[in-house]
Design a binder for this molecule. Sequence first.
Ligand SMILES: [Zn+2]
Ligand SMILES: [Zn+2]
Length: 260
Amino acid sequence: MELIVLGSGSNGNTAVLRSNGTAILIDAGLSAKKTLQRLEVVGLDPAEINAVLLTHEHGDHTGGLAVLLRTLRCPVYATRLTAEEVRGQDKRNAAAEWRLFATGSTFCLESFKITAFSVPHDASDPVGFTIRCNSLALGILTDLGHINHSVVHHVTGVDCLFVEANHDEQMLQADTKRPFAIKQRIMSPHGHLSNRAAADLAVRARTPALRHVVLGHLSRDCNSAELAVNTVRAALHGHHAVQVCSAPPDGLLPSVRLGP
Ligand SMILES: [Zn+2]
Ligand SMILES: [Zn+2]
């Protein structure tokens, strides 16, 4: 199983997961042009993409979808409420081939077994995913304001955890560009995860299976790759078997390989 992060951050979130001839996009927040360019860079033919999965309707996760579907021509998986929001954002999305799943359900998509679970974020019906294939499991958690028991439960035992590490709490508080209301939204229980919260999750979800922690959705002004990675590494102290890396806020993280 291979995770490729095409982009992760407020400018657009799109990742690819592939294994055993199945390839799916997680979110479609990058522009279609950037998505297709980056697929080319990693040597993935758009015709190989079997589906797009959406976590929630915010523009940084769905903004490229309408134009991208002209090339991909694959089904889009989302909860009913997310699909309604995304269809409302852009009329062209209404013509997509929607496959609806219920929050809390598990469904199969080619060789992947996917569980969608609720996450606390200020969207209609935001979800995280646990994706299993060939006895390997990946947890995907982007855009959530805090960690709860359900979130920890769903990603405990995964081989790879792709989790938001949005901001450093002190850098966010000291930031002069963001109005107070925006800071409050980010820090709220339905906003975004701090480095410290991502580190806490990695510690709580860690089992001997955990090999990779990939940090995403880093704020360009209120975080740095070094700070995010070091915070999580320090929390996992002594567990050298776990590789921690971060996806660049506006770039490509080519490949994280799970399993042989
Ligand atoms: Zn986002
Ligand atoms: Zn969001």
